[in-house]
Design a protein around this ligand. Structure first.
Ligand code: SF4
Ligand code: SF4
Ligand code: SF4
Ligand code: FES
Length: 949
């Protein structure tokens, strides 16, 4: 069911440039060719009754309620399926049409349980509206015939209910699942009167392929498919447009609320990243915000073995400030630092790095992008000149060939995944480069032309082989290169790519991908029309992550696939605001806008605005902070909204580093794993509790709007401000819009950004300034940001993480649709119904060799550590490679990942860990220690509650 105040035009907008003028009820209307008569009427201000049509789906023409009269045509055509034509004269209302429409409605209503007063969508139901619109006054067929009103509900899905008694078989849900989501989980089973919506092969929704995206619920015009939360809470009183706080797609939602309670999240049809679609996380998994585990009181303790003590905000902030100043007095200015969260807003990220630079007086600030997309920042800056993706998501609609490298969009970036699948169903070709057989390789009506199932850790060799084919087979876009790229660098790169050692034949042994497959994929990418590359952490989280990003940029430049719609280099950012946290100067070497701290002019700008001296040397990266902590020179950390203990590699190393510090201040909504090592806990606020902005993977800045008061009293930006003031560096913002104004003043790519502008335009893609007042949807259109594009030599160097007899398998890690990152939010929702533990995926061959069956407990040993998980025997894996997710702390996926990292950025090599896997009967030693530690920490937490109580 749509949001309470959405306008529905009945059929999608036509993109045609040619226009036609027709007459509707005597009024001339001009619309793009291909517009339906129904939509043309709506645009002229006339509503035609409808049930099976909705503007997010192609017209279907089944309900016959939208009949119209067209001069010169016989009968009564359906306006939803009739295209507007020049000179047409249409009548939407006449006595005969009214009679026909009432007849249709009578049939529907005669088979409908007339329980409107107790129906959850009473007052927001299209069937009810249409009964009113056609003036239905009687039902001549009575209500006593055969009917479906006693059919049982399907309540298997935790988030929505299917009540078949209310179904009018309009097919909107089936079409939404196909057209919008691309899952094809629903069909209409049976014929005529027996026809009903069926999930999968006739079982429940939970037993079907349904991924719980909610598109069918959104499309349903009746209460047949209704959100469980709406059934429970009743209809909302108001709605607020805001942005999802999960992944880097950055979907826009209408948060529908009643008082301080969220009734439901409705994907916003004008949302520029999602066009009204969403996934199970953003649409349904918001219950964590009011979960009983939310931490709502500040707490302090001197040692991590002490019980927590609940204190006032004033005391907690004063204690943290006093500890930080003491540490600096005893161990030097650089003994403390801060971590910016990619889950928090731009404004909050900006304030944390400002606090570190201005109040701590050093550059020891870093962000979790360090462990995901820092190589993107480095690699794209070197080659194209800007540390960000080049396109809009919509641009994929113009792509002819899509290469997906080390990304799993249907799980990690689901709404983009659906958009991509739609384009693929329409005929675009697909190349998947991934060690695993991800869903995109073969999914309903989509099949990859090439799946380059390489061995983890060999991306650069494979990308060089693709380049070799393009260069040696004469597939370069010479004109583009001559006009747009540095000649000398290109010549060097061409010579390098041509080397026999880079040929697909020579690299096949390393990558495991047959040479002919590589050649075919390279030819398709270079000659198949508009070719776009989408990549993820499977590219960046490697010892050669930055090299691989540069190799991708080389391919795009070599084939002229940059600077227009349908092409480009597109990093799929993991967390909601990874792009934004990087933009905001969260790295130790860069001020906001990616300007190096060593640049005196930039520093001068910030120094005069902030009235402080800024250190000219880069500060510590996260791994350096850990090293320094273990060495005794780094003693204090302010960590906002990140869970480094769970998310960073080599958990035991991280835990040891944190245990060596004297004051760790954690600001989070839950007592996360890092907080168990903390001395000060400051309650965080969820995205529902604050104003701000997020920047998604398209560089799109979107508003986050507060829909409820901060549950612990302060939004995160206010807490940073309190801490800064307590440290003696004054910050005085009354609203995040003032922080954005400061960012805009100091950052050339943000000069044109303001909350007023965002309210006016919905969202903005940076750069947004005098040169681009409406923002920049596509980058590098007339030239590269750095002037000429620079090809970089990308020599393959095998990772030092090698398999051997002791560790013969390679472990690689990733995500699953229903869970998000460290799982702190999604584990506290009904999403656990889909995934309640991390499993180790293993190929049947490797499993059999070790006597491992599906569901068995297995020990996973690496050079860094050991953990125990249950096995999932799966042919998605190639022999020799195992895979797991890292959503549950007790699985300890990062106990086994190593300290290896990208040569340029220190991004950890999560994707390659040599392991051995064996059946076991009990948890690992680490897991036993973790359980004991966790239990002890929860007792120390309870002590705080008991004392306060
Ligand atoms: S929730 Fe999504 S996947 Fe499931 S049936 Fe509905 S549209 Fe299909
Ligand atoms: S469930 Fe809703 S959308 Fe689907 S056919 Fe029935 S009434 Fe139409
Ligand atoms: S695709 Fe990403 S941004 Fe969109 S609803 Fe899902 S988690 Fe949120
Ligand atoms: S709305 Fe046109 S036939 Fe149903």
């Amino acid at each position: 069911m749509k949001s309470i105040d959405d306008i529905d035009y009945g059929t999608p907008r036509s993109e045609a440039e040619r226009e036609v003028t027709l007459e509707i009820d005597g009024v001339a209307v001009t619309v793009p060719a291909g517009t339906s008569v129904m939509r043309a009427a709506m645009e002229a201000g006339t509503q035609v009754p409808k049930l099976c049509a909705t503007d997010s789906l192609e017209p279907f023409g089944s309900c016959r309620l939208c009949l119209v009269e067209i001069e010169g045509r016989r009968g009564y055509p359906a306006s939803c399926t009739t295209p507007a034509e020049a000179g047409m004269k249409v009548r939407t209302h006449s006595p005969r049409l009214a009679e026909l429409r009432r007849g249709v409605m009578e049939l529907y209503i005669s088979d409908h349980p007339l329980d409107c007063l107790t129906c959850p969508t009473n007052g927001n139901c299209e069937l009810q509206d249409m009964a009113g619109a056609v003036g239905l006054r009687e039902v001549r067929y009575g209500f006593d015939g055969a009917s479906h009103t006693a059919m049982a509900k399907d309540e298997s899905n935790p988030y929505f209910t299917y009540d078949p008694s209310k179904c009018i078989v309009c097919n909107r849900c089936v079409r939404a699942c196909e057209e919008t989501q691309g899952t094809f989980a629903l069909t209409i089973g049976g014929r005529g009167f027996e026809a009903r919506v069926t999930a999968g092969t006739g079982g429940s929704f939970m037993d079907s392929d349904c991924v719980s995206c909610g598109a069918c619920v959104q499309a349903c015009p009746t209460a047949t498919l209704t959100e469980t939360s709406l059934i429970r809470l009743g209809q909302a009183e108001r709605s607020t447009v805001t942005t999802c706080a999960y992944c880097g797609v950055g979907c826009t939602f209408k948060a529908e609320t009643k008082g301080e309670e969220v009734v439901r999240m409705v994907p916003y049809k004008d949302g520029q990243a999602n066009d009204g679609h969403a996934c199970v996380k953003g649409r349904f998994a918001w219950g964590y915000a009011t979960h009983q585990d939310r931490m709502l009181k500040p707490m302090i303790r001197a040692r991590i073995t002490d019980p927590w003590r609940e204190v006032s905000w004033e005391e907690a902030i004063a204690y943290a400030a006093c500890q930080f100043r003491r540490i600096q007095a005893e161990h030097g200015r650089d003994a403390i630092g801060g971590i910016v969260s990619s889950r928090c807003t731009n404004e909050e990220g900006y304030l944390v790095q400002k606090l570190v630079r201005a109040a701590f007086g050093n550059n020891n600030v870093d962000t979790c992008a360090r462990v995901c997309h820092s190589p993107t920042g480095y690699g794209l800056k070197q080659t194209l000149g800007e540390s960000a993706g080049t396109q809009t998501f919509r641009s994929v609609e113009k792509a002819d060939v899509v290469m997906v490298i080390g990304a799993n969009p249907t799980d990690g970036h689901p709404v983009f995944g659906s958009r991509l699948k739609k384009r693929l169903r329409a005929g675009a070709r697909l190349i998947v480069v991934d060690p695993r057989r991800i869903d995109l390789v073969e999914t309903p009506h989509v099949r990859a032309d090439y799946h380059l199932q390489l061995r983890p850790g060999t991306n650069v060799a494979l990308l060089s082989a693709l380049a070799h084919v393009i260069v040696t087979e004469g597939l370069l876009d010479e004109a583009f290169i001559a006009a747009r790229c540095e000649d000398r660098a290109f010549q060097q790169w061409r010579d390098f790519a041509s080397l026999p050692e880079n040929s697909p034949e020579a690299t096949a042994d390393v990558t495991g991908v047959p040479a002919e497959t590589v050649r075919g994929a390279a030819r398709l990418y270079a000659t198949g029309g508009n070719a776009a590359i989408y990549y993820g952490l499977g590219v960046t989280e490697h010892a050669q992550g930055s090299t691989a990003v540069m190799a991708i940029a080389n391919l795009a430049m070599a084939t002229g696939n940059v600077g227009r719609e349908g092409v480009g280099v597109n990093p799929l950012r993991g967390q909601n605001n990874v792009q934004g946290s990087c933009d905001m100067g969260s790295f130790p070497h860069e001020l906001p806008g990616y300007r190096h701290v060593s640049d005196a002019t930039t520093r001068g700008l910030f120094e005069s605005a902030w009235n402080v001296d800024i250190q000219p040397e880069p500060g510590l990266r996260i791994p350096n902070m850990f090293e320094a902590a273990l060495a005794g020179s780094f003693k204090g950390l302010y960590c906002q909204g990140e869970d480094i203990v769970q998310s960073d590699p080599n958990t035991q190393h991280v835990a040891a580093a944190l245990s060596a510090m004297e004051c760790i201040v954690v600001q989070d909504i839950f007592l996360n794993e890092t907080a168990k090592y903390a001395h000060v806990f400051l309650p965080g606020s969820s995205f529902l509790e604050k104003d701000g902005t997020f920047t998604n993977a398209e560089r799109r800045i979107s508003r986050v709007r507060r829909v409820m008061r901060p549950r612990a009293g302060y939004a995160d930006w206010e807490v940073t401000m309190l801490l800064s003031n307590a440290l003696g560096y004054a910050m005085d913002y009354r609203h995040p819009s003032e922080i954005m104004d400061e960012i805009a003043r100091l950052t050339p790519t943000f000069h044109g950004v303001s909350y007023d502008r965002l309210d006016e335009l919905g969202s903005l893609q940076w750069p947004c300034n005098d040169a681009a007042p409406q923002g920049t949807p596509i980058m590098h259109v007339d030239g590269f940001v750095r002037g000429k594009g620079r090809f970089m030599i990308t020599r393959y160097v095998a990772t030092s993480e090698r398999v051997n007899r002791r560790y013969p398998l390679i472990l690689t890690t990733g995500r699953i649709l229903s869970q998000y990152n460290v799982g702190a939010q999604t584990r506290r929702t009904d999403n656990v119904r889909w995934h309640d533990e991390d499993r180790l995926e293993i190929h049947p061959h490797d499993a059999q060799e070790r006597g491992i069956g599906d569901g068995d407990w297995v020990g996973v040993h690496s050079r860094a550590g050991e953990t125990v998980l249950r096995a999932l025997v799966s042919e998605r894996m190639q022999p020799g490679v195992v895979y797991t997710t890292f959503h549950f702390p007790e699985s300890g996926a990062n106990v086994i990942t190593t300290d290896n990292s990208d040569w340029a950025t220190n991004c950890p090599e999560y994707k390659v860990t040599a392991v051995q896997v064996m059946p076991v009967a009990q948890p690992s030693a680490w897991q036993q220690q973790y359980r004991d530690f966790n239990e002890r920490q929860l007792q120390l937490l309870q002590a705080a509650g008991a004392e306060a109580g």
